[in-house]
Design a binder for this molecule. Structure first.
Ligand code: MG
Length: 458
């Protein structure tokens, strides 16, 4: 079966040349532009949107199409080039834009691309607005303008510099520079290489950049998981580096390799950032329901609260704003600091981790060992909506004494671990995550769901 073009809360994603074409990109941009114009009807003057893209070869074609779609509904466009997703969040506010568009398919392979929409506050549109944009797209509700009123196109190449300056403003660069850390950075030929190198050089690091050319020809599968980062681990070992960093193609996620060339897992990126920030600023933390319990332990020690949200950057960012959180993010290596923007940001994560190393004088493996570990298992299975409801109801009976949270699928919290079942937003599958103090206990929870599914079939 051919894959479907996916239009979800966070934007649109498809396979270029198959289900995702320039025409679709232009119309989707026109729908977004129409939505912004109608929402800003009282305000005078023309609206401006900035567009950034990751390094995929299809990015330029889609950028041109998106710019055309916006211009055709009378919106001025500023093309900020190949940049990280968080840099678009920063620039749209810097340039006083009504919104931003990122052309990226994040960690998906090269054949994919996508369009991510951001409002003037740097956040993805809330569900209701996303629904309206989708309606405009399908109903072809486009407020086209005549020739004289078409939007103008301009360029701005300052994104890297401005983003890096902002990140440096929340840390103490001189403390990090004094340590002259040797760092290997793997940007997987995505958009993060230039900014990553600029930041690390400003922080006085000896940078060994691998896969830093923004060709979109990904040197390895682009999701920053252990199995995809063996070459980074080897480079850290060979270079005797203090640590290694891996970005995903749009550089909103970061994974870390320690000085012993050990991949330490994306969950630790956020755990370290949270632990470090809480030594400086006392305030709440927000994260999604699928993120490790390490955060609860760290927050508890610091005497602050953790707000749990449905999975998705926009949900976490909204909770951070609502509850005045000093730090937040998702367990996939996505750290959010609202002083930079409500977007997951690998540069923020790099800066905070290096500052933590500099201030504690400890190496990264020691900092990891100081965090009580958990064992996490991620799995998925195919299920219709009805099957999922039945599985959930049976699971609730099985674990009747657990603490239950139903804001996104269902999370069961036990004394010795937790289990989260949620239907995917993008695939007809149910994601299942279990975490416990040890492997055996985590497996026990995963097996319990397998048993429930088996019994339902019999
Ligand atoms: Mg990403």
């Amino acid at each position: 079966m051919a894959e479907q073009l996916i239009i979800s809360v966070s934007g649109l994603r498809g396979i270029v040349g198959e289900n995702f074409t320039a025409a679709i990109a232009a119309e989707y941009a026109s729908a977004f532009g129409t939505f912004l114009k109608r929402s800003a009807a009282q305000k005078k003057g023309k609206l401006t949107i900035c567009i950034g893209r990751d390094s995929r070869p299809s990015g330029l074609m889609l950028c041109a199409a998106v710019a055309g779609g916006l211009s055709s509904v009378g919106i001025d466009v500023i093309d900020i080039g190949i940049v990280t997703t968080p840099a678009v969040g920063v620039m749209l506010r810097e340039l006083n834009c009504a919104g931003g568009i990122v052309i990226t398919a994040s960690h998906n392979p090269i054949e994919y691309n996508g369009i991510k929409l951001l409002l003037d506050n740097g956040m993805a549109p809330p569900a209701q607005s996303a629904e309206k944009i989708k309606q405009y797209y399908f109903a072809e509700t486009f407020d086209f303008v005549g020739s004289a009123d078409c939007g103008k196109l301009s360029n701005d190449d300052r994104a890297n510099k401005i983003h890096v300056e902002k990140v440096c403003s929340i840390i103490a660069p001189e403390k990090i520079a004094a340590r002259k850390f040797k760092v290997v950075l793997d940007s997987v030929n995505g958009a993060g290489g230039a900014e990553g190198k600029l930041l690390l050089s400003k922080l006085g690091c000896d940078v060994i950049a691998v896969n830093d050319e923004p060709t979109g020809d990904f040197a390895h599968p682009p999701e920053p998981l252990a199995q995809n980062l063996t070459s980074l681990c080897e480079a850290v070992k060979e270079q005797k580096a203090a640590l290694g960093f891996a970005q995903d193609p749009d550089a909103d996620r970061l994974a870390i390799v320690d000085e012993n060339a050990r991949y330490i897992g994306e969950e630790y990126t956020l755990a370290l950032a949270v632990k470090h920030i809480l030594t400086k600023r006392k305030g709440s933390v927000a994260t999604n329901l699928s993120t490790s319990r390490m955060l609860d332990d760290i927050a508890k020690k610091a005497g602050v609260r953790v707000f749990r949200t449905p999975v998705g950057e926009a949900n976490v960012a909204a909770a951070m704003l609502k509850n005045n959180c000093v730090i937040g993010g998702e367990g996939n290596g996505g750290v959010i600091d609202l002083r930079i923007g409500p977007v997951r940001d690998s540069l923020v994560a790099i800066a905070l981790v290096l500052e933590m190393l500099a201030e504690t004088g400890k190496n990264i493996s020691k900092l990891i060992d100081e965090i009580t570990p958990y064992y996490m298992i991620k799995d998925k299975f195919g299920a219709s909506k009805e099957e999922f409801e039945r599985i959930l109801s049976n699971t609730m009976d099985t674990f009747a004494t657990a603490k239950i949270d139903t804001t996104d699928g269902c999370r069961f919290d036990f004394e010795d671990g937790w289990l989260h079942l949620r239907p995917s937003n993008t695939e007809p599958v149910v994601r299942i995550i279990a975490e416990a103090k040890d492997k055996k206990t985590a497996e026990k929870y995963i097996d319990a769901i397998a048993d429930i599914r088996k019994n339902m079939k019999e």
